[in-house]
Design a protein around this ligand. Structure first.
Ligand SMILES: *[C@@H]1O[C@H](CO)[C@@H](O)[C@H](O)[C@H]1NC(C)=O
Ligand SMILES: *[C@@H]1O[C@H](CO)[C@@H](O)[C@H](O)[C@H]1NC(C)=O
Ligand SMILES: *[C@@H]1O[C@H](CO)[C@@H](O)[C@H](O)[C@H]1NC(C)=O
Ligand SMILES: *[C@@H]1O[C@H](CO)[C@@H](O)[C@H](O)[C@H]1NC(C)=O
Ligand SMILES: *[C@@H]1O[C@H](CO)[C@@H](O)[C@H](O)[C@H]1NC(C)=O
Ligand SMILES: *[C@@H]1O[C@H](CO)[C@@H](O)[C@H](O)[C@H]1NC(C)=O
Ligand SMILES: [Zn+2]
Length: 281
Protein backbone atom coordinates (compact mmCIF):
# COMPACT_ATOMS: atom_id res chain seq x y z
CA UNK A 1 0.00 0.00 0.00
CA UNK A 2 1.41 3.33 -1.03
CA UNK A 3 -0.10 6.46 0.31
CA UNK A 4 -0.07 10.16 -0.14
CA UNK A 5 -0.87 12.66 2.46
CA UNK A 6 -2.31 15.93 1.35
CA UNK A 7 -0.99 18.87 3.25
CA UNK A 8 -2.44 19.41 6.61
CA UNK A 9 -0.46 21.78 8.82
CA UNK A 10 0.66 23.08 12.18
CA UNK A 11 2.66 22.26 15.23
CA UNK A 12 6.37 22.79 15.29
CA UNK A 13 9.26 21.63 17.39
CA UNK A 14 12.96 20.88 16.60
CA UNK A 15 16.25 21.45 14.77
CA UNK A 16 16.82 23.59 11.64
CA UNK A 17 18.12 26.93 10.83
CA UNK A 18 20.63 27.74 8.21
CA UNK A 19 20.71 31.37 9.03
CA UNK A 20 22.44 31.99 12.32
CA UNK A 21 21.48 35.64 12.31
CA UNK A 22 17.89 34.80 13.16
CA UNK A 23 17.30 34.65 16.88
CA UNK A 24 14.81 32.21 18.14
CA UNK A 25 14.22 29.93 21.05
CA UNK A 26 13.09 26.48 21.64
CA UNK A 27 11.87 25.44 25.05
CA UNK A 28 11.39 28.54 27.10
CA UNK A 29 8.17 29.22 28.95
CA UNK A 30 7.40 32.40 27.09
CA UNK A 31 9.23 31.66 23.90
CA UNK A 32 9.00 28.41 22.01
CA UNK A 33 7.68 27.10 18.72
CA UNK A 34 4.31 28.72 19.32
CA UNK A 35 5.92 32.15 19.10
CA UNK A 36 7.95 31.45 15.95
CA UNK A 37 5.21 32.70 13.63
CA UNK A 38 5.64 36.08 15.32
CA UNK A 39 9.41 36.05 15.89
CA UNK A 40 10.37 34.61 12.55
CA UNK A 41 7.24 35.40 10.70
CA UNK A 42 8.66 35.55 7.20
CA UNK A 43 8.55 31.76 7.07
CA UNK A 44 7.16 30.22 10.25
CA UNK A 45 3.69 31.60 9.61
CA UNK A 46 3.52 29.78 6.28
CA UNK A 47 0.92 27.29 5.19
CA UNK A 48 3.16 24.25 4.73
CA UNK A 49 4.77 23.96 8.13
CA UNK A 50 6.23 20.76 9.49
CA UNK A 51 5.86 18.57 11.39
CA UNK A 52 2.25 17.50 11.11
CA UNK A 53 -0.17 15.04 12.52
CA UNK A 54 -0.93 12.52 9.80
CA UNK A 55 -4.65 11.78 9.76
CA UNK A 56 -4.84 8.39 8.11
CA UNK A 57 -8.50 8.73 7.18
CA UNK A 58 -7.58 11.75 5.06
CA UNK A 59 -4.57 10.19 3.38
CA UNK A 60 -4.99 9.69 -0.36
CA UNK A 61 -3.46 6.89 -2.38
CA UNK A 62 -1.04 7.99 -5.08
CA UNK A 63 0.32 5.52 -7.59
CA UNK A 64 3.25 7.82 -8.38
CA UNK A 65 4.77 6.97 -5.02
CA UNK A 66 6.91 4.15 -6.30
CA UNK A 67 9.77 2.46 -4.43
CA UNK A 68 13.00 4.35 -3.79
CA UNK A 69 16.46 3.39 -4.89
CA UNK A 70 19.03 3.75 -2.14
CA UNK A 71 22.72 3.93 -2.95
CA UNK A 72 25.42 3.47 -0.34
CA UNK A 73 22.98 2.41 2.38
CA UNK A 74 24.70 -0.96 2.60
CA UNK A 75 28.20 0.47 2.75
CA UNK A 76 29.73 0.75 6.22
CA UNK A 77 32.20 3.42 5.18
CA UNK A 78 29.39 5.96 4.60
CA UNK A 79 28.79 6.84 8.27
CA UNK A 80 31.56 9.35 8.80
CA UNK A 81 31.11 10.66 12.32
CA UNK A 82 28.69 10.82 15.22
CA UNK A 83 28.29 13.95 17.27
CA UNK A 84 26.25 15.67 19.94
CA UNK A 85 24.83 18.98 18.79
CA UNK A 86 23.28 19.74 22.16
CA UNK A 87 19.80 19.04 20.86
CA UNK A 88 20.37 15.91 18.95
CA UNK A 89 22.70 13.13 18.00
CA UNK A 90 23.83 13.63 14.45
CA UNK A 91 25.65 11.24 12.14
CA UNK A 92 27.28 12.76 9.10
CA UNK A 93 27.05 10.74 5.92
CA UNK A 94 29.33 10.49 2.92
CA UNK A 95 27.40 12.35 0.24
CA UNK A 96 29.83 11.21 -2.41
CA UNK A 97 28.70 7.65 -1.83
CA UNK A 98 25.07 7.95 -0.72
CA UNK A 99 21.96 8.97 -2.58
CA UNK A 100 18.22 8.45 -2.72
CA UNK A 101 16.19 8.40 -5.92
CA UNK A 102 12.71 7.34 -7.05
CA UNK A 103 9.62 7.58 -4.86
CA UNK A 104 8.36 10.48 -7.02
CA UNK A 105 11.23 12.70 -5.92
CA UNK A 106 12.01 15.26 -8.63
CA UNK A 107 15.71 14.37 -8.71
CA UNK A 108 18.35 12.24 -7.12
CA UNK A 109 19.15 13.54 -3.62
CA UNK A 110 22.48 13.37 -1.85
CA UNK A 111 22.30 11.98 1.69
CA UNK A 112 24.24 14.24 4.05
CA UNK A 113 23.30 13.35 7.62
CA UNK A 114 20.82 11.70 9.89
CA UNK A 115 19.81 12.71 13.38
CA UNK A 116 17.46 11.63 16.12
CA UNK A 117 14.63 13.30 17.93
CA UNK A 118 13.62 11.84 21.23
CA UNK A 119 11.60 12.68 24.28
CA UNK A 120 12.86 14.38 27.35
CA UNK A 121 13.04 12.45 30.60
CA UNK A 122 10.04 10.28 31.19
CA UNK A 123 7.87 11.89 28.56
CA UNK A 124 7.02 9.20 26.06
CA UNK A 125 6.54 11.19 22.91
CA UNK A 126 9.80 12.15 21.30
CA UNK A 127 8.77 12.03 17.68
CA UNK A 128 7.99 15.19 15.77
CA UNK A 129 5.36 13.75 13.50
CA UNK A 130 2.37 11.93 14.86
CA UNK A 131 -0.08 9.54 13.23
CA UNK A 132 -3.71 9.95 14.23
CA UNK A 133 -2.41 11.79 17.27
CA UNK A 134 -0.06 9.00 18.30
CA UNK A 135 3.59 9.88 18.87
CA UNK A 136 6.55 7.56 19.17
CA UNK A 137 9.54 7.53 21.54
CA UNK A 138 11.93 8.56 18.78
CA UNK A 139 12.10 9.75 15.21
CA UNK A 140 15.08 9.41 12.87
CA UNK A 141 15.52 11.91 10.03
CA UNK A 142 17.77 11.27 7.05
CA UNK A 143 18.48 14.62 5.41
CA UNK A 144 19.01 14.59 1.64
CA UNK A 145 19.87 17.50 -0.62
CA UNK A 146 18.83 17.95 -4.25
CA UNK A 147 21.73 16.73 -6.37
CA UNK A 148 22.25 20.13 -7.93
CA UNK A 149 23.50 21.54 -4.62
CA UNK A 150 26.49 19.20 -4.32
CA UNK A 151 25.51 18.08 -0.85
CA UNK A 152 25.20 21.58 0.60
CA UNK A 153 21.97 21.95 2.59
CA UNK A 154 22.85 25.59 3.08
CA UNK A 155 22.95 26.15 -0.68
CA UNK A 156 19.51 24.56 -1.02
CA UNK A 157 18.11 26.73 1.77
CA UNK A 158 19.68 29.89 0.42
CA UNK A 159 18.16 29.16 -2.99
CA UNK A 160 14.63 28.98 -1.48
CA UNK A 161 14.17 25.96 -3.68
CA UNK A 162 10.88 24.19 -2.82
CA UNK A 163 12.52 20.95 -3.96
CA UNK A 164 15.75 21.69 -2.12
CA UNK A 165 15.62 19.00 0.55
CA UNK A 166 14.07 15.57 0.93
CA UNK A 167 13.87 14.18 4.44
CA UNK A 168 13.18 10.52 5.13
CA UNK A 169 11.54 10.07 8.50
CA UNK A 170 11.34 6.87 10.54
CA UNK A 171 9.55 6.32 13.82
CA UNK A 172 11.51 4.32 16.37
CA UNK A 173 9.86 2.36 19.15
CA UNK A 174 10.86 -0.11 21.82
CA UNK A 175 10.03 -3.76 21.39
CA UNK A 176 10.21 -6.82 23.60
CA UNK A 177 11.37 -8.99 20.75
CA UNK A 178 14.44 -11.06 21.39
CA UNK A 179 15.93 -10.07 18.07
CA UNK A 180 18.53 -7.48 18.79
CA UNK A 181 19.12 -4.69 16.36
CA UNK A 182 22.84 -4.92 15.80
CA UNK A 183 23.02 -1.52 14.12
CA UNK A 184 21.32 0.22 17.04
CA UNK A 185 23.47 -1.60 19.54
CA UNK A 186 26.52 -0.23 17.77
CA UNK A 187 25.09 3.26 17.43
CA UNK A 188 24.14 3.31 21.11
CA UNK A 189 27.63 2.22 22.11
CA UNK A 190 29.01 5.58 20.96
CA UNK A 191 26.67 7.69 23.08
CA UNK A 192 28.75 7.51 26.28
CA UNK A 193 31.63 8.99 24.29
CA UNK A 194 29.68 12.02 23.11
CA UNK A 195 27.87 13.11 26.24
CA UNK A 196 29.15 16.67 25.94
CA UNK A 197 27.57 19.08 23.54
CA UNK A 198 29.80 19.77 20.56
CA UNK A 199 31.71 16.51 20.80
CA UNK A 200 32.13 14.43 17.66
CA UNK A 201 33.91 11.16 16.99
CA UNK A 202 34.79 9.40 13.75
CA UNK A 203 35.04 6.04 15.53
CA UNK A 204 31.67 5.10 14.00
CA UNK A 205 33.23 4.73 10.57
CA UNK A 206 33.20 1.17 9.24
CA UNK A 207 31.15 -0.17 12.16
CA UNK A 208 27.61 -0.28 10.76
CA UNK A 209 25.42 0.69 7.80
CA UNK A 210 22.36 2.82 7.22
CA UNK A 211 20.41 -0.28 6.16
CA UNK A 212 21.26 -1.97 9.41
CA UNK A 213 19.65 0.91 11.32
CA UNK A 214 16.53 0.77 9.14
CA UNK A 215 16.06 -2.97 9.51
CA UNK A 216 12.49 -4.22 9.52
CA UNK A 217 10.99 -1.22 7.75
CA UNK A 218 9.24 -1.94 4.47
CA UNK A 219 10.36 1.13 2.58
CA UNK A 220 7.63 0.86 -0.06
CA UNK A 221 5.03 2.04 2.44
CA UNK A 222 5.18 5.70 3.25
CA UNK A 223 3.38 9.01 3.58
CA UNK A 224 4.41 12.02 1.53
CA UNK A 225 3.76 15.72 1.91
CA UNK A 226 5.41 19.02 1.10
CA UNK A 227 6.53 20.77 4.23
CA UNK A 228 9.22 22.76 5.91
CA UNK A 229 12.24 22.79 8.13
CA UNK A 230 10.91 22.14 11.61
CA UNK A 231 12.71 25.07 13.22
CA UNK A 232 13.28 28.68 12.15
CA UNK A 233 13.53 29.82 9.60
CA UNK A 234 10.96 27.13 8.89
CA UNK A 235 11.68 27.33 5.16
CA UNK A 236 9.09 25.48 3.10
CA UNK A 237 11.58 23.55 1.03
CA UNK A 238 11.24 19.99 2.28
CA UNK A 239 9.67 17.00 0.61
CA UNK A 240 8.81 14.81 3.58
CA UNK A 241 8.58 11.05 3.44
CA UNK A 242 7.31 9.45 6.64
CA UNK A 243 7.55 5.68 6.66
CA UNK A 244 4.61 3.74 7.93
CA UNK A 245 6.52 0.85 9.50
CA UNK A 246 8.47 1.62 12.63
CA UNK A 247 12.06 0.73 13.46
CA UNK A 248 11.89 -1.59 16.43
CA UNK A 249 14.74 -1.48 18.88
CA UNK A 250 15.12 -3.17 22.21
CA UNK A 251 13.28 -1.38 25.04
CA UNK A 252 16.58 -1.16 26.88
CA UNK A 253 18.02 1.00 24.15
CA UNK A 254 15.17 3.46 24.24
CA UNK A 255 15.52 3.85 27.98
CA UNK A 256 19.31 3.84 27.88
CA UNK A 257 19.16 6.72 25.49
CA UNK A 258 16.85 8.56 27.82
CA UNK A 259 19.11 8.10 30.81
CA UNK A 260 22.04 9.35 28.82
CA UNK A 261 20.05 12.39 27.89
CA UNK A 262 19.02 13.07 31.45
CA UNK A 263 22.53 12.77 32.77
CA UNK A 264 24.33 14.76 30.18
CA UNK A 265 24.57 17.79 28.05
CA UNK A 266 22.06 16.27 25.69
CA UNK A 267 19.51 17.65 28.08
CA UNK A 268 18.02 20.76 26.62
CA UNK A 269 19.27 23.95 28.06
CA UNK A 270 17.61 26.54 25.94
CA UNK A 271 19.58 29.35 27.51
CA UNK A 272 22.82 28.06 26.12
CA UNK A 273 21.38 26.36 23.07
CA UNK A 274 19.52 29.21 21.52
CA UNK A 275 22.44 30.56 19.57
CA UNK A 276 23.80 27.24 18.55
CA UNK A 277 21.39 25.92 16.00
CA UNK A 278 22.90 25.76 12.61
CA UNK A 279 21.92 22.82 10.50
CA UNK A 280 19.31 20.59 12.00
CA UNK A 281 15.94 19.53 10.91
C1 LIG B 1 28.48 21.62 -7.99
O1 LIG B 1 29.65 21.05 -8.56
C2 LIG B 1 29.76 21.26 -9.96
C3 LIG B 1 30.93 20.48 -10.48
O2 LIG B 1 31.96 20.43 -9.53
C4 LIG B 1 29.86 22.76 -10.22
O3 LIG B 1 29.91 23.00 -11.60
C5 LIG B 1 28.62 23.45 -9.66
O4 LIG B 1 28.73 24.84 -9.79
C6 LIG B 1 28.43 23.12 -8.19
N1 LIG B 1 27.16 23.66 -7.74
C7 LIG B 1 27.00 24.25 -6.56
C8 LIG B 1 25.63 24.72 -6.26
O5 LIG B 1 27.92 24.41 -5.78
C1 LIG C 1 7.00 -5.50 27.00
O1 LIG C 1 7.82 -5.15 28.10
C2 LIG C 1 7.26 -4.12 28.89
C3 LIG C 1 8.31 -3.68 29.90
O2 LIG C 1 9.04 -4.76 30.39
C4 LIG C 1 5.99 -4.67 29.53
O3 LIG C 1 5.41 -3.67 30.35
C5 LIG C 1 5.02 -5.07 28.44
O4 LIG C 1 3.86 -5.66 29.01
C6 LIG C 1 5.66 -6.05 27.47
N1 LIG C 1 4.77 -6.23 26.34
C7 LIG C 1 4.56 -7.41 25.79
C8 LIG C 1 3.61 -7.45 24.63
O5 LIG C 1 5.09 -8.43 26.20
C1 LIG D 1 34.98 5.48 23.64
O1 LIG D 1 36.22 6.10 23.98
C2 LIG D 1 37.14 5.25 24.62
C3 LIG D 1 38.32 6.08 25.07
O2 LIG D 1 38.81 6.82 23.98
C4 LIG D 1 37.52 4.14 23.66
O3 LIG D 1 38.42 3.25 24.28
C5 LIG D 1 36.27 3.38 23.25
O4 LIG D 1 36.58 2.40 22.27
C6 LIG D 1 35.22 4.34 22.67
N1 LIG D 1 33.99 3.61 22.43
C7 LIG D 1 33.56 3.37 21.20
C8 LIG D 1 32.27 2.62 21.11
O5 LIG D 1 34.15 3.72 20.21
C1 LIG E 1 36.90 2.45 6.31
O1 LIG E 1 36.82 1.64 5.17
C2 LIG E 1 37.23 2.30 3.98
C3 LIG E 1 36.89 1.41 2.80
O2 LIG E 1 37.16 0.08 3.07
C4 LIG E 1 38.71 2.63 4.10
O3 LIG E 1 39.14 3.28 2.94
C5 LIG E 1 38.90 3.54 5.32
O4 LIG E 1 40.27 3.79 5.51
C6 LIG E 1 38.31 2.91 6.55
N1 LIG E 1 38.35 3.92 7.62
C7 LIG E 1 38.64 3.62 8.87
C8 LIG E 1 38.64 4.77 9.83
O5 LIG E 1 38.86 2.48 9.25
C1 LIG F 1 6.47 -4.48 1.40
O1 LIG F 1 5.13 -4.11 1.24
C2 LIG F 1 4.63 -4.38 -0.06
C3 LIG F 1 3.25 -3.78 -0.15
O2 LIG F 1 2.45 -4.19 0.93
C4 LIG F 1 4.65 -5.89 -0.29
O3 LIG F 1 4.18 -6.19 -1.58
C5 LIG F 1 6.09 -6.39 -0.14
O4 LIG F 1 6.11 -7.79 -0.23
C6 LIG F 1 6.65 -5.97 1.20
N1 LIG F 1 8.05 -6.29 1.24
C7 LIG F 1 8.58 -6.99 2.21
C8 LIG F 1 10.05 -7.23 2.14
O5 LIG F 1 7.92 -7.43 3.15
C1 LIG G 1 21.56 26.58 31.45
O1 LIG G 1 22.68 27.33 31.04
C2 LIG G 1 22.78 28.57 31.73
C3 LIG G 1 23.92 29.36 31.10
O2 LIG G 1 25.07 28.58 31.02
C4 LIG G 1 23.01 28.29 33.23
O3 LIG G 1 23.10 29.49 33.94
C5 LIG G 1 21.84 27.47 33.75
O4 LIG G 1 22.07 27.10 35.08
C6 LIG G 1 21.65 26.21 32.91
N1 LIG G 1 20.43 25.54 33.32
C7 LIG G 1 20.41 24.23 33.56
C8 LIG G 1 19.07 23.68 33.94
O5 LIG G 1 21.39 23.52 33.46
ZN1 LIG H 1 14.89 16.27 12.38
Amino acid sequence: MIILLLCVALLCPTVYSSDTTVEWCYHEPTCDFTTWPKNVHDYCSGTKQSPINIVTSKVKANSKLTPFTFTGFDDDSTLLSIGNTGDSVIVTLDGDKMKVEGGDLPSAYTSVQFHLHWGKGSSVKGSEHTVDGKGYPMELHIVNVHSKYNGSAKAAIDAHDPNGLAVLSFFVEGSNGTSKSKGWEILTSFLPNITNSGVTTTDIMNTTTMNSLLEGVNRTKYYRYQGSLTTPRCNEIVTWTVFKDTIKVNHDMVSQRKSIERDSALQHNSTIQRHKHKNGL
